[in-house]
Write a protein that binds this ligand. Structure first.
Ligand SMILES: [Fe+2]
Ligand SMILES: [Fe+2]
Length: 410
């Protein structure tokens, strides 16, 4: 649907890439020396915590902060994959002697360990490993489901995404480090996550965990927002509203545009007033409701158009009235409800502003985006999965939108 990583030196098989001489001789030598000094037996993540098992018989180490060459290598990896460094787990070194191996496994976390290891950062996405020396015999990296076997070679990187584009684990990435027959093997491995790896980088981030019952109602299968399917590369799309459809919105709007009322009580600090506020007014937003028949016709009127964009059948769930944000409004970062707001559409209806006012969406790559919508423009976005809000204050008399919400039919 949306490939986002295509330009590798050599594609061995769909989804596994290798890059010759990714690290040079001196970088490899530096890493080998550090691993020699710091290695301890490797652990395997399990539901009862890290365990030392026969499944993985190598030695592992992490590197100290502040090593300039490690920093450079982390940078290089992050650039190559076009993923921000904050999504990366710490670089890990591994050492295998004769007879040692890492039996077939997947790098993504399975359901039984998801809660323990993926609560904050989501699952593992890309793996990038680099061979730091030539192995005399054995020690290949095998992908049994793909029928490929990669021979170690000093400086060569091997990389693959452990998840499908839509976020589901890709079981065909099963792989093994086969036993060393002669010689030894030094490698480094870098894993990336769906979200920044630790909360230290962004203490204000909204938790990935679904904690409020009203958000998870009816969706007990989803315990973390990052488990939701992805529909777009970035998680949203800005489009022109089909003109005929926009005309029908305007007809409804013209009937109710003089009947806006406060959307919440002054002093509300728990409901909507918790998220939306203005430094000019006690109540930041007004709402103008319209008939249920009009709500249904607006929801269904654009449904097919939205279905084409997300490539999924949808069930319309919710259409709110027209919301009018007043001068000085801000909307804090939040996620929408899982049971009704998986795919949302925001349409700009009318505005009287001194400068364009952005809808902010933190995309699937963790970058905060600014989406500017003029009347007649819309944004389709994955509103339950992605944090969004309006972070800059509105400068102007009003900004008016219509919201439509859908859930995909699996
Ligand atoms: Fe692995
Ligand atoms: Fe929202």
């Amino acid at each position: 649907m949306f490939g986002w990583f295509k330009k590798k030196d050599k594609v061995i098989d769909f989804g596994v890439y290798e890059i010759e001489d990714f690290l040079d001789e001196s970088e490899c030598a530096h890493l080998v020396n550090l691993i020699k000094k710091k290695k301890t037996p490797s652990a395997v993540a399990s539901s009862t915590g890290s365990q030392y098992t026969a499944h993985r018989t190598s030695s592992t180490c992490y590197f100290d902060d502040g090593d300039k060459i490690i920093d450079q290598i982390n940078n290089k990896i992050s650039k190559e994959l076009e993923i921000d460094q904050e999504f990366g787990e710490p670089l890990q070194g591994q050492y295998y002697q004769v007879g040692q191996e890492f039996k077939a496994h997947n790098d993504f976390f399975h359901a039984d360990t998801y809660d323990q290891y993926c609560s904050e950062s989501g699952n593992r996405t890309w793996t990038l490993m680099v061979y730091l020396n030539d192995v005399v015999k054995g020690g290949s990296t095998d992908f049994p489901s793909k029928g490929i076997s990669i021979q170690p070679k000093r400086g060569k990187a091997v990389l693959w995404n452990n998840l499908h584009d839509d976020g589901r684990p890709d079981t065909s990435t099963l792989h093994a480090g086969t036993p060393i027959i002669e010689g030894e093997k030094y490698i480094i491995t870098k894993w990336f996550r769906e979200l920044p790896f630790t909360s230290d980088f962004n203490p204000n981030a909204v938790s990935n965990k679904v904690t409020k019952p009203e958000f998870s109602f009816g969706r007990t299968d989803i315990t973390h927002f990052s488990q939701l399917k992805k529909f777009f590369k970035k998680g949203f799309l800005k489009l022109e509203v089909p003109p005929l459809y926009f005309n029908s919105i305007k007809e409804v709007y013209d009937e109710v545009k003089n009947s806006f009322v406060n959307e919440y009580e002054p002093g509300d600090k728990l409901g909507l007033g918790y998220h939306i506020s203005s430094n000019q007014y006690k109540v930041a937003t007004e709402i103008s409701f319209f008939s249920e028949a009009d709500q249904i016709s607006l929801l269904t009127g654009i449904q097919e158009f939205v279905e084409d964009e997300v490539q999924s059948a949808l069930r319309p769930t919710f259409c709110y009235g027209f919301r009018s944000y007043k001068n000085g409004s801000v909307f804090t970062l939040h996620r929408d409800r899982l049971q009704t707001h998986i795919i949302s559409v925001t349409i700009c209806i009318d505005q009287n502003v001194e400068k364009p006012w952005a809808l902010n969406i933190k995309n699937h790559q963790g970058k905060m985006e600014s989406v500017f919508l003029n009347p007649g423009e819309m944004c389709i976005y994955e509103s339950a999965r992605l944090e969004h809000g309006r972070l800059d204050r509105l400068k102007g008399e009003f900004y008016r939108t219509l919201f439509l919400h859908y859930v995909p039919i699996d």
